[in-house]
Design a protein. Structure first.
Length: 249
């Protein structure tokens, strides 16, 4: 009897620490704005997360469940991976311990000169994806002078008004590096135009789902948009790589 009492009391603190779906949303919302209960339930329906149920049927999420959710959402946001690929990683025991998993390098072509994976390198590991910046903070973070930032704004490469995010850090940094090769914001605005055209294609492709107002359709639209964006990125990189001239003697 004493052993069973002790066992129950030992498990009670663990269960007390488990979170309701509302508490999980509060935990993740700062890093993933707009995360919804329907999105989490959709991931559960697809077999990516497995909360336990209380006697009354409520979902309860352990610390491991929250870590798993965070990893899934990071892969969707930063690498545009489809849920099928994410599930394969999770089933293999990958919870993001490796900064650049081998599967990603296989899925996205590496730069033939540097060997780096362009997509993985979009957001630098040292940049906090949840942090925002004023224009002066962006200048300091990227070591980009204000005149160049104003040019980037003038040519539509970054927004006129902040706050600025981790992607703006990448845009400002890369544009600054390209100026060292003789390219200037007026030359680079075509990248913004190309990106907007690709986003337009994604919106058109997911419109039948996105126009439906039920939560499951909205979650599926978000997943499909991520998959299409991933394919667009791969196509863009392949076309650029295949069209590059050879400068060898």
């Amino acid at each position: 009897m004493a052993d069973s009492v002790n066992s129950a009391s030992d498990s009670a603190p663990q269960r007390t620490k488990d979170k309701t779906i509302g508490q999980v949303l509060s935990t993740l919302d700062g890093e993933f704005p707009g995360i919804s209960a329907s999105k989490i339930r959709f991931l559960e329906d697809r077999g990516l997360v497995h909360p336990h149920r209380t006697n009354t049927g409520y979902r309860k999420y352990s610390a491991d469940d929250v870590q798993r959710l965070r990893y899934i959402l990071q892969l969707q946001r930063d690498q545009y991976l489809p849920l099928k690929v994410i599930k394969e990683r999770l089933d293999s025991g990958d919870l993001g311990q490796d900064e650049k998993p081998a599967e990603t390098a296989a899925e996205t072509p590496a730069d033939p000169e540097t060997g780096e994976n362009p997509q993985v390198a979009v957001l630098e590991p040292t940049v906090d994806p949840a942090k925002t910046y004023s224009i002066r903070e962006l200048s300091a973070e990227t070591k980009t002078d204000m005149p160049l930032l104003r040019e980037l704004i003038a040519f539509g490469l970054i927004a006129e008004q902040g706050p600025y995010d981790a992607y703006d850090v990448v845009v400002a940094t890369v544009c600054s590096q390209l100026t060292a090769h003789g390219l200037h914001p007026r030359h680079l605005r075509q990248f913004r135009a190309a990106a907007e055209r690709e986003v337009g294609l994604v919106k058109t492709a997911v419109a039948p789902l996105a126009l439906r107002k039920d939560e499951q359709s909205q979650a599926k639209a978000a997943e499909r948009a991520g998959e299409i964006a991933q394919l667009c990125l791969r196509l863009h990189m392949a076309l650029v790589a295949s069209s590059m001239p050879s400068y060898e003697e």
